[in-house]
Design a protein around this ligand. Structure first.
Ligand code: NDP
Length: 452
């Protein structure tokens, strides 16, 4: 038994922290976790889960409009934002409770409050000093808002989940995951959506064709997409409406939402007291999630790594296994699949065409752009796009990208094949399931060879 109060002290009860605490406790460590809010973190409380529930709710709009062509008569439909938010809140409370129950049953000591470093092996919480052999920082991130005049009137995704009313007109600033996901959600509920993005094409960093395709689909749905666009000022009128100066033209909105990235939650940790270094984007860590102080680790959105829940969970689990298990574990983040729950959604794994060209010099590109069967009878104009990026020399698949219904579900399965080193011939040999959209990945024959 060590002389410390705990073997492992976890700061932050989100996905990464909770997983690390539970794994460490299951390996026999004496573990405490500190959380200032509800358990569950960004993903459960104000991120992935409530967002996906809103996405499900918004898809009914499409389903209702398709239904008539399939023979259904719908007398009338109506939507209550308040009812949806209440149901969403109930589900989140349930999930948060499950997180707490799991910690309790694992024997983890749960402490409520803000923890701050006193030194490398001591934290202070509610005025009390607590020592631990190892400390894990898993405090996540928070929305970043650029400092423009009137930014205090803008909301972020945090507030968007609990708006008292569905906005009639909303301005969304940003062109990343959150901006496009919320643009799709609000538009499906009937809100007039304007999306202002500072660059030439949304979803920077993704395969270019995905961003282009989504832009087209968003416009088809009536989203006003402003590219190379700047919001310079927001003012609040007496009636509560907001006027935003977008590209030097004033327009009025019920809400202005900033989705301009997220920053690490480190302000109140006093990292300097423990000698923990930060770099651009978050706490610097090595591949084993160790910070510049050898007994302090950091996982998830608070680091300068990949800000995705499953990544935080893998990192948290690896830290706990390394510290308290028989051998060192390093989370393998070499091929991280991801999804954007835009409308239509995106699923992607591996390299984009331009990344592959940079790394391999020459690649074979296979792509398909089609109207899925479901949309033929209904007259729905939404198209699906799929793309394979293949190394010309070895024929190994380097990247699989899809935008269209069910893309995240389809790409999850294909990610296993890519991990195992599948080649184009492996895809060709695989018998397709007909009729599906996914079968297109098995039947792509037209090749375009591109070189750098
Ligand atoms: P992103 O980094 O995805 O996008 C931020 C957007 O804001 C970019 O378009 C960026 O432009 C723009 N931007 C940044 N700074 C400014 C500025 N000062 N003025 C105007 N525009 C600006 O961040 P999000 O907030 O959308 O999401 C945060 C992270 O959360 C994501 O990176 C992702 O890791 C995670 N997430 C994952 C989801 C999923 O898995 N489905 C869903 C939601 C979030 P530019 O491209 O020019 O830099």
């Amino acid at each position: 038994m060590s002389n410390f109060d705990f073997d492992f002290f976890v700061i932050g009860g989100g996905s990464g922290g909770v997983r690390a605490a539970r794994v460490a406790a299951s390996l026999g460590a004496r573990v405490a976790i500190a959380e200032n809010d509800r358990y569950g973190g960004t993903c459960v409380i104000r991120g992935c889960i409530p967002k996906k529930l809103l996405v499900y709710a918004s898809h009914f709009a499409n389903d209702f409009s398709d239904a008539e062509a399939y023979g259904w008569s719908l007398s009338s439909t109506s939507f209550s934002w308040q009812k949806l938010i209440a149901a969403k809140n109930k589900e989140i409370a349930r999930l948060s409770q499950i997180y707490q129950d799991l910690l309790t049953s694992s024997g983890v000591t749960m402490l409520n409050g803000l923890a701050r470093f006193v030194d490398t092996q001591t934290v202070e919480l509610n005025g009390k000093k607590i020592s631990a052999k190892y400390i894990l920082i898993a405090t996540g991130g928070k929305p970043y808002r650029p400092s423009i005049s009137g930014i205090e009137f803008a909301i972020t995704s945090d507030e968007a989940f609990d708006l008292p009313q569905l906005p009639k007109r909303i301005l969304i600033v940003g062109g990343g995951y959150i901006a496009v996901e919320f643009a799709g959600i609000f538009r499906a509920f009937g809100t007039e959506v304007t999306l202002s993005y500072r660059g030439e094409q949304i979803l920077r960093g993704f395969d270019t064709d995905l961003g282009l395709h989504l832009q087209e689909e968003m416009r088809k749905k009536g989203i006003q997409l402003l590219l190379n666009s700047t919001v310079s000022k927001i003012t609040k009128q007496d009636d509560g409406m907001l006027t935003a100066s977008v590209d030097n033209t004033d327009s009025t909105f019920d809400a202005v939402m900033y989705a301009t990235g997220r920053i690490p939650n480190i302000d109140r940790l006093d990292l300097a007291a423990a000698g923990v270094d930060i770099a651009s984007g978050g706490i610097s860590v090595d591949p084993s999630s160790r910070t510049s102080t050898s007994n302090i680790f950091a996982v998830g959105d608070v680091t300068n790594g990949v800000a995705l829940t499953p990544v935080a969970i893998r990192e948290g689990s690896a830290v706990a296994n390394s510290l308290f298990g028989p051998a060192e574990h390093i989370a393998d983040l070499s091929l991280v699949p991801s999804a954007v729950f835009s409308q239509p959604p995106i699923g992607t794994v591996g390299l984009s065409e331009s990344q592959a060209l940079d790394q391999y010099g020459e690649v074979d590109i296979y792509s398909a752009n089609f109207r899925p069967l479901r949309n033929t009878i209904s007259g729905n104009h939404e198209h699906t796009f799929m793309k394979l990026v293949v190394d010309t020399k070895t024929q190994k698949i380097l990247g699989v990208h899809m935008i269209g219904a069910d893309a995240p579900e389809i790409i999850q399965g294909l990610a296993v094949a890519i991990r195992m080193g599948a080649t184009k011939a492996d895809f060709d040999k695989t018998i397709d399931i007909h009729p599906t959209a996914a079968e297109e990945f098995m039947t792509m024959r037209e090749k375009k060879t591109k070189s750098k």
